[in-house]
Design a protein. Structure first.
Length: 311
């Protein structure tokens, strides 16, 4: 197959179909008709000798071949976008460009709004895309180019990745204020252990709190686990349960949802908050501009908190 025989616009259709999982959404994104997208898909199937996308109950799902092609095709298109950005790196028009920022929803809850505003000032009209990731998978996600930048508690160990420390995090507790005595602004270790616990974990069984308690010869009873910090207000309200989570997310959730924010009575290790990226991405002025906006402002970005002393 000779590249001279291929309409390279087909690659834009492939990328849109893979990311949108819908011919109609891909058409809307590209500014063409749905029939044009369907016609392009037929030609793509001929070029690659594969169905590429098949109908599922939730739209169009990629085949194994499509998933293998996606990082290669997106990388080629990003190189083209990068080349155009290099022509005028100081352009004020970022219409049509996007940068994907990977992070877990605790960082999104605490810092997402401020990141949107800061990036909008640095690159007007650019779309910032948040994508869920965490320290155990972030390196692979960056290397596969499913994200451009990431904010996590570490995980940037790949040789081709760069990183910079943004700050340091700790832990705090969230409870329903109705479960506290009048005037109570803290919780003892005995009270902490006696309560039921909500665990936020990708695995659902063991968290850092269990490790800290085990070191003291103690244990807790976890009544439920969830993978999403955003579910905590609904799981804690009306209960005696406590959740121990990163303090940046705890402060924001407490401020928005009326939960009580308490210092954690258990000594838990602090952790680094890091920004990571593919070292090669430094050549893309748009990704670099977003990265510099994050680095330049993270120290001043504080999660919304009712009172920093946790009272």
């Amino acid at each position: 197959m000779n590249i001279a025989d291929i309409d390279l616009n087909l690659l834009k259709v492939f990328e849109a179909l893979h990311e949108e999982s819908s011919a109609s959404r891909a058409a809307l994104r590209l500014g063409v008709t749905q029939s044009a997208v369907s016609a392009a898909l037929r030609r793509l199937r001929q070029v690659y000798g594969d169905q590429l996308f098949v109908r599922t109950g939730r739209g169009l799902g990629p085949t194994l071949k499509a998933n293998q092609l996606k990082p290669v095709i997106s990388d080629a298109l990003n190189k083209c976008r990068q080349s155009l950005a290099m022509v005028d790196p100081d352009t004020g028009d970022y219409t049509g460009r996007s940068v994907t920022l990977g992070m877990s929803d605790d960082f999104e809850i605490a810092y997402g709004r401020q990141l949107i505003e800061r990036v909008a000032r640095a690159a007007p009209q650019l779309r910032l895309i948040f994508r869920q990731t965490h320290s155990q998978i972030v390196g692979e996600a960056l290397m596969e180019r499913s994200i451009d930048l990431a904010i996590t508690a570490g995980g940037f160990t790949e040789r081709l990745l760069s990183r910079q420390v943004l700050g340091e995090g700790g832990y705090a507790c969230l409870v329903d204020p109705q479960s506290l005595a009048e005037g109570q602004h803290s919780i003892s270790l005995d009270q902490f252990v006696a309560r039921e616990h909500i665990l936020v974990s990708s695995g659902g069984f063991i968290g850092i709190t269990d490790e800290g308690l085990a070191a003291l010869g103690l244990s807790r009873r976890v009544c439920a686990s969830t993978t999403h910090f955003a579910a905590l207000p609904h799981l804690l309200k009306g209960s005696q349960a406590v959740a121990t989570i990163p303090d940046h997310a705890a402060a924001s959730i407490a401020a928005l949802c009326g939960l009580a924010l308490l210092p954690c009575p258990l000594a838990l290790p602090r952790y680094p908050i890091e920004l990571g990226w593919r070292t090669s991405a430094q050549l893309d002025p748009v990704v670099a501009k977003v990265r510099e906006a994050i680095l330049g402002g993270f120290a001043s970005m504080n999660p919304a908190t009712p009172d920093i002393s946790y009272r």
